[in-house]
Write a protein that binds this ligand. Structure first.
Ligand SMILES: Cc1cc2nc3c(=O)[nH]c(=O)nc-3n(C[C@H](O)[C@H](O)[C@H](O)COP(=O)(O)OP(=O)(O)OC[C@H]3O[C@@H](n4cnc5c(N)ncnc54)[C@H](O)[C@@H]3O)c2cc1C
Length: 393
């Protein structure tokens, strides 16, 4: 039977980072990947340009049942460490809003860098290798079977990711393995995902398809200031993806379409100056006409701002700055960027990523119950957790 020091399940972001680090320590490392290519999600990320980290990373940017868990790994392998690697490979990148860092050319630069690092330390990557069974040996170590071979290892690292985008090779394998070893899995949900609408709303809002507006979107727990995009299926755009990670079925979300405008003062000043303008003309200075038509009742929209009551102004402000909508559902794992929930961090060491109850078994990346916001945080978590496990696996 073939023997290696470390088997890593999954050649994604976290698995490759862990492989590099374990390889640097002189460990023999085999990465088993079910798909026909490594790093498929890296390649499709950030619209092909991979938002690989963020200038500002804090535990506040992550969701977990155990919010302190991610702190240790994020502080031991930071965004600056990853930028150091990027610098070595002279990968050109740029900053977008909110400190998000993207490749100038292609996400392939990131994948090529990781693969080159793997090669330097003799990491083997075996593709199209679906694992059929994993068992713990009586002394120390594990036996892993694929359709073709049986391999034993001292350390087994589960880097199999979450459930999003099943056609890219996402499987529930990591969760099943955790359960096999008695490790709890926190209930999983699709996150960073567009919303679908109730049939009535969908029909009513169909005219808005393609409109994108900078908004503040909030619910009881969080709020995000970014763009909202109306689509033919429902609501999308960064602000919606962000709030989806905090959304519970049946809840309303609230959208402020003019977060930077004090509408009350605008109305007051214009009325005091006797500026004769229609409500919809005034609002169209800041918002697309189609959106104004949808948000404001037609008779009110076509009234002069001088002819409406204070109560009607309140009504307009309410409609624009506190628009409430109850999504029907999310689009699910088919389009979700990540999976919320996962392997329960309370049973994993935050320093080593090793299971507290099963020595030699490690979990890293998205399979854990750590979910980043949109903005490069999920990759930073993959790099940080993968790096930590690589020091001990
Ligand atoms: C469309 C899209 C865009 C994204 N854009 C960004 C972005 O710009 N920035 C950001 O930070 N995050 C982004 N994300 C999220 C990010 O891609 C993931 O959080 C990250 O890839 C997780 O890394 P991972 O190593 O845990 O898992 P993955 O990268 O998903 O890797 C897991 C690997 O395990 C393999 N695998 C699964 N089951 C098995 C099995 N049984 N046997 C063998 N192999 C198996 C899979 O094929 C896969 O290669 C995006 C996600 C999507 C879907």
């Amino acid at each position: 039977m073939k023997k290696v020091d470390v088997i890593i399940i999954g050649a994604g972001a976290s698995g490759l980072m862990c492989a590099i680090e374990a390889g640097k320590r002189g460990r023999s490392v085999l990465v088993l990947e079910g798909a026909n290519k490594p790093g498929k999600k890296i390649l499709m990320s950030g619209g092909g340009r991979c938002n690989f980290t963020n200038y500002s990373v804090d535990s506040e940017n992550f969701i977990s049942s155990n919010p302190h868990f991610c702190k240790s790994a994020l502080s031991r392998y930071t965004q600056w460490d990853f930028l150091g690697l990027i610098d070595q490979y002279q990968i050109p990148f740029h900053e977008r809003s909110h400190g998000q860092l993207f490749c100038n050319d292609s996400a392939r630069d990131i994948l090529n860098m990781l693969l080159a690092e793997c090669e330097k330390v003799n990491v083997s990557i075996q593709l199209k290798s679906e694992i059929t069974t994993v068992s713990k040996d009586s002394e120390s170590g594990f036996t892993v079977k694929t359709a073709e071979q049986t391999i034993s290892c001292q350390s087994l690292v589960v880097a199999s990711g979450g459930l999003s985008i099943p056609k890219m090779g996402a499987t529930a394998f990591g969760y099943q393995l955790a359960e096999q070893f008695g490790i709890n899995v926190v209930k999983v949900y699709p996150a960073l995902v567009p919303f679908t609408l109730q049939p009535d709303d969908k029909e009513k809002l169909s005219t808005l398809s393609g409109i994108s507006v900078s908004c503040v979107v909030s619910n009881k727990r969080q709020s995000f200031k970014e763009n909202v995009l109306f689509t033919h299926r429902g609501l999308s755009g960064p602000a919606i993806l962000q709030i989806s990670s905090y959304w519970k079925a049946g809840e309303e979300i609230i959208i402020d379409f003019l977060p930077d405008i004090d509408l009350y003062t605008e109305f007051k000043q214009k009325r005091a100056g006797h500026v004769k303008v229609l409500v919809k003309t005034l609002l169209s200075d800041w918002l697309p006409k189609r959106l104004v038509d949808q948000l404001i009742d037609q008779s009110l929209a076509t009234s002069s701002i001088l002819d409406i009551s204070n109560q009607q102004i309140e009504q307009i402000i309410q409609a624009i700055k506190s628009w409430r909508i109850k999504p029907n559902a999310t689009e699910g794992y088919r389009t979700a960027e990540v999976t919320l929930g996962g392997v329960d961090c309370s049973q994993i060491s935050s320093k080593t990523m090793q299971s507290n109850s099963v020595p030699g078994l490690f979990f890293i990346g998205e399979v854990l119950d750590v979910t980043g916001w949109l903005g490069g945080y999920n990759f930073q978590w993959a790099w940080s957790s993968g790096w930590c496990a690589g020091q001990y696996a």
